[in-house]
Structures are given as C-alpha cells and as structure tokens.
Design a protein around this ligand. Structure first.
Ligand SMILES: NC(=O)c1ccc[n+]([C@@H]2O[C@H](COP(=O)([O-])OP(=O)(O)OC[C@H]3O[C@@H](n4cnc5c(N)ncnc54)[C@H](OP(=O)(O)O)[C@@H]3O)[C@@H](O)[C@H]2O)c1
Length: 280
C-alpha cells in the first residue's frame, strides 16, 4: 500500500502479438499505481483467489501477520481442471486403468491422485525426466510411471496396461493402440500444439472405430464453473483422509515470470509453476 488506498501494481505484458514460440524478449514488466474505489468504512467481504495478509483480526483463526490463501494448487485452477476432468468427463469406474500424460505437472499430478483416491483407479503416468518419474511413483502415489523421452518404444511401454481411460495433456498416438474397447480419451490440454503454425496430425485414429473409443474435450471456464463449490467441499474432505501430495515449482519475482512461462513449454517445471510476486 502507498498512501491512502493506493496499490502498487506490477504486470507482465506481451509487447506484441506473438506468432509461434514466445521468447523472453516478447514480454515486458510494467509498473503502475492503482487507486481502488472502496468507500471508507466498507465492511463487505472482498473475495479473491490471491494471497492476503491479515492486518487486524478478532478471529483467533486469523491472527495479525498471518497469510491467507484459499488453498494451494489442489483448490486452484490446476486442481479444478483435474477434478472436473476426472469427476465430470472421465467418470472412471473403480479399478479402471487410467493413463495420464504430462503427469507431473500442475493438472496431471492431481488428476492422477483424484482418479486414485476418489475413484479407486489404477493410475499410470508419463513425464519427461527420471526425477519427475520418481516423483510420480514415490510421492504422487501413481501405481506406475515411465519417462517418455527415454522410452524408445512408447507403445511397448504401454503394452502391459489395458487402459480404460486416457487423460491426455500431450501425446496421443501410442495410447490409442493400448486402450480397451469402449474406453475414453479425456482431452484437457494439448501443449505441444499451442505454438505451432501448422498443428501435427494424429495417427492410429482408426482405433476409435474398432474399439468404440470416445474422445471428449472440456473447458473448466466455459462449461464447468458451477461445480466449484462441490469441488472445494469434496477435495477438502478427501484431504482429511488421504495424504494428497502436491508440488509447486516456485519462481521468485514477476520479472522472471516470462522465463518461467517459456520453461513450461520445455518441461522445465517440476510441479505447478507458481510465481512469487512479493514476499509481503
Ligand atoms: N481444459 C481445461 O479447462 C484446462 C484447464 C487448465 C489447464 N489445461 C491444460 O492442461 C495442460 C496442463 O496444464 P498445467 O498448468 O498443469 O501445465 P504443466 O503440466 O504444469 O506444464 C506443462 C507440461 O507439459 C509438458 N510439455 C510442455 N511442452 C511440451 C511439448 N511441446 N510436448 C510434450 N509435452 C510438453 C511438460 O511436462 P513433461 O516434462 O512431463 O513433458 C510440462 O511440464 C495444459 O495443456 C493446459 O493448457 C486445461
């Protein structure tokens, strides 16, 4: 705060329309001051999903100096995308084998844990480094995982799994060959395609016909905002019984946000990418 009701504001902006892959030089950091129009004495609750510091409180649960945040990633966008994808789109049966690509990321790590703990599934994940694979197996509780960059034959790596469901964040073709009849592909994201002028094609689509596989995409903002309250209740209840593990990949300073964002497109993040804007 600066003076009465003045807020310092920092923004990362794109200097111009970016074609193909973004570079750090495409971004700029801008500083400004915002004067919010909140009348003196306002008692209304200002809601938000950011971090707040308690200045004054008579509630023993929120003491002066405490930082408050609605939830860590499991109650943020990544957790909500994972929950909607598993609970409303995938709807896997108990003991179904669920395969998740980009599994160590913000959405993937929770999609796997939700499928396992909310639906009792057998969960297999893939990621790009041995360290991420170790995390998947040892920390995120995946039943199995493999490094898709080291695996020379991804199809062979998937052979032992009869997949009822594939929760796709990247990589399409090989899983199609190993899915069960009447199984489903849930398309949450397609990061490998975001910066391409000419999108890749997909092979093995004939499998959709022979195995009667369905494929469904979803968008949490356009179709599913109404499930948010149920999500918070259900996940909060689950957290009391299960040891949900989450990992954030922290970058300090908004000045470094562009580099961190670009790093995500190279798999440099281990867990959900988070920018620490200020210590206070
Ligand atoms: N449908 C929705 O409503 C919704 C909502 C939120 C997010 N999403 C989507 O869900 C996906 C995951 O989001 P997130 O925030 O959790 O990101 P993230 O998984 O934390 O980061 C992206 C990961 O994707 C992999 N990756 C990056 N570039 C790649 C490439 N060119 N080819 C193959 N893999 C690549 C990397 O993992 P590896 O190191 O394992 O390769 C990277 O760590 C994104 O596609 C996002 O757009 C969808």
């Amino acid at each position: 705060m600066e003076g009465k009701g003045a807020l310092k504001n920092k923004q990362v902006v794109l200097k111009q329309y970016v074609k193909e892959f973004p570079k750090e030089a495409d971004f700029d950091v801008k500083h400004s001051t915002i004067i919010p129009s909140i009348p003196d004495g306002t008692k209304a609750v200002i809601s938000g999903y950011g971090v707040a510091k308690v200045f004054k409180s008579t509630n023993p649960n929120f003491r002066e100096g405490n930082y408050i945040r609605l939830g860590r990633i499991y109650l943020g966008i990544g957790g909500y995308a994972a929950y909607v994808g598993i609970s409303y789109v995938a709807e896997p049966k108990q003991r179904a084998v669920v395969y998740i690509s980009a599994a160590a990321g913000g959405v993937g790590q929770l999609a796997g844990q939700f499928a396992k703990y909310l639906n009792g599934c057998y969960v297999v994940g893939s990621s790009s480094t041995d360290e991420k694979v170790r995390l998947l197996k040892n920390e995120f509780g995946f039943d199995d995982a493999f490094n898709y960059k080291k695996e020379t034959d991804i199809s062979a790596a998937l052979t032992s799994f009869q997949m009822a469901l594939t929760y796709i964040l990247t990589m399409w073709e090989a899983p199609l060959l190993h899915m069960n009849a009447n199984s489903k592909i849930v398309a949450s994201g397609m990061i490998s395609q975001y910066n391409l002028e000419k999108p890749d094609g997909i092979h093995n689509l004939f499998q959709l016909i022979t195995k009667r596989i369905t494929m469904e995409g979803f968008h949490i903002v356009k179709d599913h905002l109404n499930h948010y309250d149920g999500f918070v209740d259900k996940v909060a209840a689950m957290l009391e019984c299960e040891n949900i593990y989450y990992k954030e990949d922290q970058t300090d300073g908004l000045e470094n946000a562009a580099a961190a964002l670009i790093g995500i497109f190279h798999g440099e993040n281990v867990g959900k990418g988070v920018i620490v804007v200020a210590e206070d």
